[in-house]
Design a protein around this ligand. Structure first.
Ligand SMILES: C[S@@+](CC[C@H](N)C(=O)[O-])C[C@H]1O[C@@H](n2cnc3c(N)ncnc32)[C@H](O)[C@@H]1O
Length: 343
């Protein structure tokens, strides 16, 4: 299977006969996280014959990455592109002879020839800003317990402001992390530090048939997480017993406090017994936690697929993807090496 393509003047026509060229534009908030964006698109587009173009057109324009996608998939693309975290606008390139004279839609794109082939770019799909807003932590509905034990509907629940209780994962990061878990192959996804459910909410949107499991030690969150997940454990993740369920993907934003890092490592070790043999672990942690958590996963013989820093409005975090099965990581080695070269 071809995962990435290096296009030359000799092979370009072969590719253009079979594929559309989809140019994807990164959200301004994540413009510096291009490698993660490429890996996300790689998993999202895999079902549509997606091939990452290593030396794509418009490569010198900021925040653009290009993929070949199967021509037959064109009509189904918007349904999947709406779920992407780090890119929000998509262009298709037109290489027909008459297209060369048309103006391009991509602002700042001044090169209209690729490997000797003239083209124009047309906006194909743009995510709905209103949908994005309605998924964000300040707009989506959540339920918490009040001090007197009643269930209260809240919007914008962002935690109690303490170091371990902050909850406001941006929609783009929640979608990214779910997509990195290959959510159309996975059946069961667990978030052990679920907070106000940003990852569960994104997972339900991306693939409604996923079985979602959550835990969080804060009892206030129980009604909200019960509504978002198929099964919620209102307890310390280190004590969860899954009664037969096997997890394909552990996807989580861990508590960022330095005091919590060892607890998180212990939770990963505890939960590893419920992971399938080809499971993935995708987590976001604070920059200062990464080495400790990396060491924990390496001790359990997990294989790192990618680990990249992201700046979340001034907070330095790391997003990383780990495979339990070395063969899976090896299969995608070439793609990983190519994706690692882009800047
Ligand atoms: C960074 S927040 C997760 C935010 C979440 N991604 C969201 O979208 O709201 C981390 C969560 O971990 C929970 N937590 C901390 N220690 C825990 C533990 N040992 N077991 C389970 N949950 C824990 C906290 O209560 C908090 O809700």
């Amino acid at each position: 299977m071809e995962y990435c393509a290096s296009v030359t003047g000799d092979n370009i026509e072969q590719y253009l006969n079979r594929y559309e060229v989809l140019v994807c534009s990164l959200r301004p908030s994540r413009i510096k996280a291009k490698q993660l964006a490429v890996v996300e698109l790689f998993f999202v587009l895999a079902r549509f014959g997606g091939i990452f173009i290593v030396n794509g057109p418009l490569g010198d324009a900021k925040g653009l990455v290009a993929f070949f996608v199967d021509r037959k998939a064109r009509a189904s693309l918007p349904d999947i592109l709406k779920t992407v975290g780090y890119c929000d606008k998509y262009y298709l390139l037109d290489f027909s002879p008459q297209s060369a004279s048309t103006l391009s839609d991509i602002a700042g794109a001044n090169k209209q020839v690729w490997k000797g082939m003239p083209f124009s770019a047309r906006l194909f799909y743009e995510q709905d800003r209103e949908v994005y807003e309605s998924h964000s932590s300040h707009r989506r509905e959540f339920h918490i317990y009040t001090d007197d034990g009643l269930v209260k509907k809240v919007k914008g629940y962002r935690g109690d402001g303490t170091d371990t209780g902050k909850r406001a994962l941006p929609v783009e990061d929640a979608r990214l992390m779910v997509n990195l878990a290959d959510p159309h192959q996975a059946k069961v996804l667990m978030d052990p530090f679920a907070g106000s459910g940003g990852i569960l909410h994104a997972a339900r949107y991306i693939n409604p048939s996923l079985v979602l499991i959550s835990s969080d030690c804060d009892p206030i969150l129980e009604p909200g997480l019960q509504a978002y997940a198929d099964r919620h454990y209102p307890m310390d993740a280190r004590a969860v017993e899954l009664d037969g369920a096997e997890i394909d993907a552990l996807v989580t934003e861990v508590p960022f406090s330095a005091n919590a890092t060892n607890e998180v490592a212990q939770a990963f070790i505890h939960l590893s017994r419920f992971l399938k043999k080809n499971a993935r672990v995708i987590f976001m942690c604070a920059g200062h936690q990464y080495n400790r958590l990396k060491q924990c996963l390496e001790t359990m013989a997990f294989h790192c697929f990618i680990a990249k820093p992201v700046n979340r409005k001034g907070t330095d975090v790391v997003v990383s993807v780990w495979y339990r099965c070395g063969e899976q990581a090896k299969r995608l080695r070439d793609f990983r090496l190519q994706a690692g070269k882009i800047y």
